[in-house]
Design a protein around this ligand. Structure first.
Ligand SMILES: O=C1O[C@H](COP(=O)(O)O)[C@@H](O)[C@H](O)[C@H]1O
Length: 251
């Protein structure tokens, strides 16, 4: 695990744009596709520099395939929708082919939407867009761009929730999310852990306690925050943080 601490949020956004652009080139050159997973929340603001030169002109947007690590089971037009957040703030401003943007089917129940999203991933494995982990058989995304909540949750995997131990499904659902809205679908840990690269982006003062616990303490396994339960099989996990977010850490 690597931890990068930048002086400001602006510097985090600059570094994240370069990191994402470099990985986009690497995967587009290597296999003609770049599979990118987004979260909701502040993350979408953190990737804003990709919309500016030089990145907006250098990135081969046609090669991007975009997914969500979690989604709220609401219409795509709803203000709680992670798709809407990403579309309004980012996706509508870059030429990613619309059929490479894999949004939840918002006409289904939570159970149906999770099944449907998992089926969609399985089709993409068959067609070669999505790779799979040779050791576990779970889908292996090229890059996950993730945020963390103040309670240490990532995706819709919340502290002490039974979904933390889901180890068969690729995509599952939750109906009692402690953070509203309660009904969501989410990738499971085996999918997150199969990733090639994860950028965990945490800036500002909202998550200082969780950052301090995640990066500064040596908890027993029963006390781990969800973010501490990420154990990549064969990948790189990098924290992109600023001074504010790490202000409670002893250096
Ligand atoms: O509910 C969610 O929260 C997390 C963290 O969001 P933030 O607002 O604290 O940045 C987000 O990563 C997840 O996708 C979202 O559904």
């Amino acid at each position: 695990m690597a931890v990068q601490v930048f002086p400001t949020e602006e510097a985090v956004a600059d570094a994240l744009a370069k990191y994402t652009s470099d990985l986009s080139k690497k995967f587009a050159d290597r296999r003609g596709a770049f599979t990118v997973v987004l979260s909701g929340g502040y993350l979408i603001n953190s990737i804003r520099k990709l919309l500016e030169p030089p990145f907006v002109d250098e990135v081969d947007w046609e090669k991007w395939h975009v997914f969500w690590v979690d989604e709220r089971v609401v219409p795509k037009t709803h203000s709680d929708s992670n798709y809407k957040l990403a579309y309004d703030g980012f996706l509508s401003k870059v030429p990613i082919p619309p059929n490479h943007i894999y949004a939840i089917n918002d006409s289904l129940s939570a159970e149906g939407a999770a099944d449907d999203y998992e089926d969609c991933l399985k089709q993409l494995v068959k067609s070669g867009v999505l790779e799979v982990s040779p050791t576990t058989g779970f889908p292996r995304f090229d890059l996950m761009l993730l945020g963390m909540g103040p309670d240490g949750h990532l995706a819709s995997l919340f502290p002490k929730h039974h979904l933390l131990s889901e180890n068969k499904r690729w995509v599952t659902f939750i109906k009692d999310s402690p953070k509203p809205p309660p009904v969501r679908i989410t990738f499971t840990f085996p999918v997150i852990n199969a990733s090639a690269y994860i950028a965990m982006v945490v800036v500002g003062t909202g998550e200082v306690d969780a950052v301090s616990k995640a990066l500064g303490s040596q908890d027993s396994s029963s006390d781990l925050l969800p973010v501490q339960m990420v154990t990549l099989e064969d990948g790189e996990f990098t924290w992109f943080t600023d001074k504010e977010a790490t202000s409670k850490l002893q250096h």
